[in-house]
Write a protein that binds this ligand. Structure first.
Ligand code: UGA
Length: 467
């Protein structure tokens, strides 16, 4: 295979992983970012984000002479394809994806790329963005053909490199043969290994990304609601998920009940999809309910903790183990730990928190938290420990030691890391998600207000209780 010359603009999770993986596949890659500090760090061998395996892959690419870094988009001029992998944060005003970085990037690329090159959108962008980028390209370089394609990514933080190099599928959305050929050639090394390349038109590819994320977010929300029901009817969500997930039509993945989904993708993408549907006059009821149910759930976790502590959290020391939205990332965006901690603090709790990678990011968001790099120190004299993220280091806590440093032996395990019977051997009272505690509550009566379909009203109620 003859490697292609590629540019990747944006060196965040998606851009840097894509750049390093393309280099590993044999392409000649230049990663561009306007953040000079970040580029200098990368040029000196530093890695600005935490992602397992990324450092080694970047160093390998650099050593092989196939991966370079620059602050100048002009350096992308000789490339066959330039991938846009910049942020599309939700706009504060209306929640719609902010595309200004994508458009600016397209404008600058259009000005320098050679005729026949392809601008490939990898950022998650609403349907029709490719058309808008094409208009920008035509306006910037009239008379010259530069193609525009879509190639959404399906990487999970924490396992991004595996997801890129061993994908379930690769989706390329092209409205012309030339860009389809270029993208097929770029992914030829993965196709040769048997990974499937799905070719669609550009708008379909743009929608596939949102549809996949919204479906996964809905699947998680579904199992979380089943977990609530399990708690009420004395069933166990792990058994229910196993029994459901072994149906090959349902599948076992994303049926892990927890404190609600977070991260940089699901919350933002579900919201953006709802906005798009509203714009086109289509009502996506299920996605709307998923968004509302998940945000209510995240807030409700603080209520759950307070309820378990018999309504008394004022002046109590609560040790939160795990801050990031999931394990193996330093990402705090929309993490369920944020509303949990803020609401507990509002109710007067003294919150201490442990996380192996997320503290620097957490400090930017959460105030008045005492941070620790050691879970035992964090839990010293604590009235309760709340597990929020299932990091390896949290999965392998020495329960005897944890129990010995705490004041009260209350373990509130919102990720179902520890079997309650196991933790009970160390003197813990364990409360968790999706099953009753060790001393089962009497079967809950269905109170009418809990059956209200107005989840926002329920969220407001939860917030009022904390006010
Ligand atoms: C998600 C998708 O899984 C990727 O396919 C997609 O490419 C990416 O968004 C994106 O759009 O860039 P990511 O946000 O990194 O990836 O994380 P996930 O592993 O999907 O987890 C998202 C949230 O769902 C986390 O808070 C996690 O704890 C929660 N989750 C996940 C559950 O509560 N239960 C589960 O069974 C699975």
């Amino acid at each position: 295979m003859v490697g292609k010359k590629l540019a990747v603009v944006g060196t965040g999770y998606v851009g840097l992983v894509a750049g390093a993986c393309f280099a590993k596949m044999g392409h000649d890659v230049i990663c561009v970012d306007i953040d000079a500090e970040r580029i200098v760090m990368l040029q000196r061998g530093g890695i600005p984000i935490y992602e397992p395996g990324l450092e080694t892959l970047v160093h390998e690419g650099v050593a092989a002479g196939r991966l370079t870094f620059s602050t100048k988009i002009a350096d992308a001029a000789p490339c066959d394809a330039a991938f846009i992998a910049v942020g599309t944060p939700p706009r504060k005003t209306d929640g719609e994806a902010d595309l200004s970085f994508v458009y600016e990037c397209a404008r600058e690329l259009a000005a320098v790329l050679k005729p026949g090159a392809v601008i490939v959108d990898k950022s998650t962008v609403p349907v029709g963005t490719g058309d808008a980028v094409e208009r920008i390209v035509r306006k910037t370089r009239p008379g010259i053909t530069i193609h525009v394609a879509s190639n959404p990514e399906f990487l999970r933080e924490g396992s991004a490199i595996g997801d890129f190099m061993e994908p379930d599928r690769i989706v390329i959305g092209c409205n012309d043969k030339a860009s389809e050929d270029t993208l097929s050639a770029i992914y030829a090394p993965l196709q040769a290994k048997g990974y499937r390349l799905i070719k669609t038109k550009r708008r379909s590819a743009e929608l596939i990304k949102y549809a996949a994320n919204a479906f996964l977010a809905t699947k998680i929300t579904f199992i979380n609601e089943m977990a609530d029901l399990c708690e009420a009817v004395d069933a166990d969500i792990a058994d229910v998920a196993l029994g459901m997930g072994t149906d090959s039509r349902i599948g076992p993945q994303f049926l892990q009940a927890g404190p609600g989904y977070g991260g940089s993708c699901f919350p933002k993408d579900t919201l953006a999809l709802v906005r798009t549907s509203q714009e086109f006059g289509v009502h996506l009821r299920i996605v709307e309910e998923t968004v509302a149910a998940n945000s209510a759930r995240k807030r409700r976790m603080a209520l759950k903790v307070r309820h378990i502590m018999h309504g008394k959290v004022e002046g109590k020391k609560i040790s939160v183990l795990g801050l990031t939205f999931k394990a193996d990332t330093d990402d705090m965006r929309d993490s369920p730990s944020i509303p949990l901690i803020e609401l507990l603090q509002r109710a007067g709790a003294d919150v201490h928190a442990y996380d192996p990678e997320g503290i620097e990011q957490a400090k930017k968001i959460l105030k008045d938290v005492t941070y620790h790099l050691d879970p035992y120190q964090c839990s010293q004299g604590a009235d309760a420990v709340v597990i929020m993220t299932d990091w390896e280091s949290i999965r392998h806590i020495d329960l005897a030691m944890l129990s010995s440093v705490m004041r009260s032996h209350l373990l509130i395990d919102l990720r179902r890391v520890y079997p309650p019977e196991e933790a009970a051997k160390y003197g813990f009272t364990v409360e968790t998600i999706g099953r009753t505690g060790l001393e089962p509550h009497p079967i809950a009566q269905f109170e009418p207000q809990f059956m209200s379909p107005d989840i926002n009203a329920f969220t407001r109620k939860a917030e009022e209780e904390f006010a």
